[in-house]
Structures are given as C-alpha cells and as structure tokens.
Design a protein around this ligand. Structure first.
Ligand SMILES: O=C(O)[C@@H](CO)OP(=O)(O)O
Length: 248
C-alpha cells in the first residue's frame, strides 16, 4: 500500500576522503550537492510527488532532502527527523581512513567491520574527538539507547520502531513517502522490506543520490523485490564504487 522512495544522501566530504563517518555530522561535498539536485530532478521527471519526508538528524541527509525537494519544486513538504534513521554508528572507526584501516587489519577484518551483520567495530571512547556523547541533539535519548558502536543488526533494531510507528502510518494513509537517509540505515530498511537474510545483506550496497522506488502491497512488502532505481545505470556504477571503498 503506497509508494516508498528511498534516497541515500549525496556524497559527503568524508565519503570523498575515504573516511569512516557513522554519526559524525559531516557536510555534503559539492559533488554530493549536485547528486542531491539530480535526485530531485529524477523524482520530478518520473512524476513522483512525495507527500511527506522522513530523514535523520545528520546534516548530509537533511541537506540532501532539502536540495532534492527544491529541485523537484517540493521545498514546502513537511519533513520529520529522527536519530533512528541515522547512519550506523561506526564506533572507534569513526574518522579513520578506510584504505589505511584495511591495510592495517587486513581484508577480512575490514569487511567484517564494514559489512558483517552482527559484529560491531570496537566502541568509541566518550572522550574521542568523534564521540557524540554530550551532543545536544541526543539530549533526550535515554542513556542506554545512545550507541558507542553498532553492527547492522543494531541498526535494524533501532530503525524498525520508526518504520512501524512513523513511516507505515503515512503509507497506510495513502501517502507517497520519501525517506532520505544513509548507506547503512537504508540497508537495514531494505533488508526488512525484501526479507534479505543476514549473510546476503553483506553484498548489498546503496548508491548516493539515486532514488530507489518501492511500490508496496497491503502488507507493506515490495510488489517488485529490490525496488526500482530511477537511474539504473548510474545506480549500478555507483554501487560498484561503494563496494570498492577502501581499496585505493
Ligand atoms: O562511513 C560510513 O559511515 C559508511 C557510509 O559512508 O561507510 P560504509 O559504506 O563503509 O559502511
């Protein structure tokens, strides 16, 4: 029931530099801003008109929604923000260079930290420059919910309540819903929607800035498994680039 559009934020400054980002609040690069504009134009050209937007509390997703909506002439839409749509908290890897980490710890450990379903990276220390402890935007979060690291299973667990309580009601009301979020929070959502198993999800990557459209049935399951990218060729190339991060 309803149409769901997923949009990963455009390239961030740290994506461009090859750094693990997680909950660090970095901005879009100029390439990322252009990707967001292109994402908005794709929505417009496909005649897809979201009625409502859900995004994270991180600047790269918030700005992507803003730029894309502006390009689609939908800058006036209501937007809801939640930490539950944030990127996966990358623990002590936040701020670290992906290629260097891969060299230092080897391919296997690198891939376990990046893509295994249930092994989180080591936790970040509260006094680390890239810790979010003390960040005002999380002041209302019960302390036991504040992550110091997360694996994808943790993201599924903290994202799903938002899916059921905030996004599904919009879909049930017949709205077209745009979710502008992050590589791993969207992987968590796609895992749920498509019923992807814990091993297979390791091979799924989401490209930046290309809308992925899901038509949902009455049980809020995709009519077309995997959904449809509005620019499938660009998506395929960008998915390969995400996969190869850290290999420079
Ligand atoms: O660094 C991150 O936060 C994420 C997304 O950019 O990276 P990865 O694709 O390696 O999980």
């Amino acid at each position: 029931m309803g149409t769901l559009v997923l949009l990963r934020h455009g390239e961030s400054v740290w994506n461009a530099e090859g750094l693990f980002t997680g909950w660090v609040d970095v901005d879009l690069s100029t390439t990322g801003e252009e990707e967001a504009r292109k994402g908005g134009r794709l929505l417009h050209d496909a005649d897809l008109r979201p009625d409502i937007v859900h995004t994270s509390v991180l600047r790269r997703a918030i700005r992507t929604a803003d730029i894309a909506l502006n390009a689609a002439d939908l800058h006036w839409l209501p937007v809801h923000r939640s930490w539950r749509l944030n990127e996966r908290h990358y623990g002590a890897l936040q701020g670290k260079d992906k290629a260097q980490t891969r060299k230092e710890y080897g391919d296997d450990q690198f891939m376990v930290w990046r893509r295994s379903y249930d092994t989180p990276p080591p936790p970040i220390a509260d006094d680390d420059t890239y810790s979010q402890v003390g960040d005002r935007r999380y002041a209302d979060l019960p302390p036991e919910l504040m992550p110091r690291t997360e694996c994808l299973a943790d993201v599924v667990e903290r994202m799903l309540p938002y899916w059921y309580d905030s996004i599904v009601p919009d879909l049930a009301a017949g709205r077209t819903v745009l979710v502008t979020a992050h590589g791993n929070s969207l992987r968590a959502l796609v895992k749920h929607l498509d019923g992807i198993d814990d091993a297979t999800i390791a091979g799924l990557n989401i490209p930046t800035g290309i809308p992925l459209v899901y038509d949902l049935d009455d049980a809020f399951r995709p009519r077309t498994p995997g959904g449809t990218y509005l620019d499938p060729d660009a998506a395929a190339a960008a998915i390969e680039a995400v996969k190869n991060q850290g290999k420079k």
